[in-house]
Design a protein around this ligand. Sequence first.
Ligand SMILES: C[C@](O)(C(=O)O)[C@H](CC(=O)O)C(=O)O
Ligand SMILES: [Mg+2]
Length: 301
Amino acid sequence: MLHSHVTASHKRKAFRAGLSSGTIQRFPGAFTPLSTRLIQEKGFEGVYISGAVMANELGLPDIGLTTLSEVAQRGGQIARTTDLPTLIDGDTGFGEPMNVARTVQVLEDAGLSGVHFEDQVNPKRCGHLDGKDVVDEQTAVKRIRAAVQARRDPDFLIMARTDIRGVDGLQASLDRAKALVDAGADAIFAEAMADLSEFEAMRAAVDVPILANMTEFGKSDLFTVQQLQDVGVNMVIFPVSLLRIAMGAIERGLDALAAEGSLQSQVPTMQTRARLYELVDYSAYAAFDEGVFTFDLSTNR
Ligand SMILES: C[C@](O)(C(=O)O)[C@H](CC(=O)O)C(=O)O
Ligand SMILES: [Mg+2]
């Protein structure tokens, strides 16, 4: 009822334990706080909070328009609904290294378990699009150093994302990842790897956990969790998938409503009222109310 049943500190420790467990950690992207309830119930290890989804949900493209306050608020709303660890997309950190430092502290306070910062220039764009650009190594390293220095909870995970693969190729990406680990990154997000052998090369290059991004309609094939685990990937995100699934269903539903004048034909595809109430734990709230209203002073002398 009401919120997560474990503390932010517990979730951060669980995140780190999962990353070093030898079992790949699967983090679907929650596109609403409500969706975390399903992610948890279905047995996934954690929840990803996508910058693309946060922007797109507001009707904006994912080009660095969302602000730290918007992202922290949404991240906090999502984190509080789940007992699972949460990794949030910190884009380029919302400014210069000083801003990156503040971002870390705000996200720690919002109850997130970790954040990733990327080495793109501003304005940033989806890592799977052409025409993106990256900052030089020194600038990228400064971002990560600022993040690491600002953190107060040593368990809060700072992940460095490098987008350089799509700009300067695989070797540049391995070199960049090593520099980011030397700067203190706890984990590496190697964006837009072309195939499994590239993940394998990244695995060999660094000795921290590595993340694979299985975003649809991107540069990478959609490898299975098992294939990624087999090449030593420690965690995989499905960042925008739930939004895409839901928006696909919404379009089909609206088409049916427009064509048929009623949603009767769609009802079997809908989540039922009973299932929805189960996810928001409705009955526990009703029981709580009943307990308060039936409280009888005379029996408590
Ligand atoms: C992971 C990502 O940064 C996101 O914001 O979810 C995006 C996902 C996408 O646009 O498909 C990315 O840059 O890969
Ligand atoms: Mg993003």
